[in-house]
Write a protein that binds this ligand. Structure first.
Ligand SMILES: *[C@@H]1O[C@H](CO)[C@@H](O)[C@H](O)[C@H]1NC(C)=O
Ligand SMILES: *[C@@H]1O[C@H](CO)[C@@H](O)[C@H](O)[C@H]1NC(C)=O
Ligand SMILES: *[C@@H]1O[C@H](CO)[C@@H](O)[C@H](O)[C@H]1NC(C)=O
Ligand SMILES: *[C@@H]1O[C@H](CO)[C@@H](O)[C@H](O)[C@H]1NC(C)=O
Length: 382
């Protein structure tokens, strides 16, 4: 990767820094003509993917239903936890499909896709968290298995008789997750790090069971995102501050222990995807890396046109990370919003549209790569 030298002419350097993110995007962007065509997108997950289900599930007042959410792209709050589009929105645009409509709040056809993701959703069923003091009862009943039930209930309107369904889903792109981020975010209260680590295999198992269910329905392309660095989110940094500098990664300023949980989850998840691939050699199972791009942006914000302190939220209630657990959150009276969200990695603790745009290009590349490999394999098998 080209890194502008700080010794060269300053004006040139500044220009290079400004155009660098654009160049990076251009270099990883697959040509649309070379992308496989999909007729629909079905997605499962949490607030990183929710395009409006939360408005129905978490009444009466959710922050993401208030301004300034949506200020950059939609011009109004839509229930998305960002200032604009999410990764799933950029991917839909790139595949020339409509924004994936939220299953619970869209009054219309789902033949081009449905989004079952809900803010706060966990992989494990809510009952698993019930006994955790304070937070246990806040875990919504929207886990992976609940979202799969919603999918099941939608099927008759997509394909009937049922024998038509595998054919219909052959040409769909499925997203399973990200799941897991909320499992750890809830479980971290009232559990030690080793206890948290011990639930990782169960979380991963739940995700791989969901993938198997979808493959049985006819899914041929399944994208499975890992989780972002848990120890870098402003919420983690504010809830679990440490006086010991050794608890922070020197290169990022993120919490070591929590990032290690994320690394462990992503490692076990990739291992289990290998298993799924072995069981279903004709299905493209694509791992989408949510960890590395965020770490890259935290480590070298300037390469992405971001402000120096990448861990600070654009929108929030004050404090070092502009994330205030005892004060207003983004969308509530008293919170403030930065002037230029595109210079920020974090919007409200979730990411800004600009960050999602970059990650979406990375994932599109992986999807492209994954489905190409399958194509080659099919040719080889003939
Ligand atoms: C859904 O759409 C139909 C037809 O467009 C309309 O008659 C109906 O009132 C709508 N329902 C809701 C809950 O918005
Ligand atoms: C959770 O939601 C599902 C589907 O909406 C429902 O069938 C189930 O009874 C709910 N479970 C609880 C414990 O509320
Ligand atoms: C957090 O919000 C509370 C209540 O509005 C306020 O008193 C406090 O100063 C804020 N904390 C920081 C660090 O800004
Ligand atoms: C494409 O897939 C191959 C094989 O899985 C992998 O080694 C390579 O890193 C992938 N490239 C990208 C850009 O994802």
């Amino acid at each position: 990767m080209f890194i502008p030298s700080i010794n060269s002419d300053t004006a040139t350097t500044m220009k290079l820094i400004c155009i660098l993110p654009v160049l990076l995007l251009a270099s990883v962007k697959p040509a649309i003509s070379s992308l496989r065509r999909y007729d629909s997108i079905f997605s499962f997950g949490d607030s990183f993917t929710d395009t409006g289900n939360d408005i129905v599930v978490i009444p009466p007042v959710i922050p993401a239903a208030q301004p300034p959410y949506g200020m950059t792209f939609f011009g109004r709050p839509t229930g998305r936890y960002s200032n604009g589009r999410l990764i799933i929105d950029f991917i839909a645009e790139e595949l020339e499909l409509p924004f994936v409509p939220p299953f619970l709040s869209h009054n219309g056809s789902f033949r081009q896709g449905a989004n079952f993701a809900v803010a706060g959703a966990t992989a494990l069923d809510a009952v698993f968290f019930r006994d955790i003091p304070d937070v246990g009862l806040l875990v919504p009943n929207t886990s992976t298995s609940v979202q799969l039930r919603w999918f099941e209930s939608l099927k008759p309107s997509l394909c009937s008789p049922a024998q038509e369904c595998p054919g219909f889903f052959h040409n769909s792109l499925f997203f399973v997750g990200e799941f897991g981020f909320n499992d750890y975010s809830f479980a971290v209260f009232g559990n030690t790090i080793p206890q948290l680590r011990s639930i990782v295999p169960d979380v991963v198992k739940t995700i791989s069971v969901a993938i198997e269910v979808l493959i049985k329905q006819g899914a041929m392309t399944v994208v499975v995102p890992g989780i972002p660095p848990l120890g870098c989110t402003p919420a983690s940094l504010v809830f679990f501050p440490s006086a010991d500098p050794a608890d922070y990664e020197p290169r990022t300023g993120c919490l070591k222990d929590l990032n290690e949980i994320a690394v462990h989850h992503n490692f076990l998840l990739q291992e289990s995807l290998e298993n799924v691939r072995r069981n279903h050699p004709s299905v493209a199972v694509v791992y989408a890396d949510f960890f590395t791009p965020v770490i890259e942006m935290v480590e070298s914000p300037h390469k992405f046109g971001l402000t120096r302190n990448a861990l600070r939220c654009c929108c929030g209630g004050g404090g070092k990370y502009n994330f205030n657990t005892s004060g207003p959150s983004c969308g509530m009276p008293g919170a403030t919003v930065c002037e230029d969200p595109s210079a920020y990695l974090f919007w409200d603790g979730h990411l800004t549209e600009e960050a999602y745009r970059y990650i979406a290009q990375d994932w599109l590349n992986s999807i492209h790569n994954g489905s190409n490999l399958m194509g080659l394999q099919r040719i080889a098998n003939i």
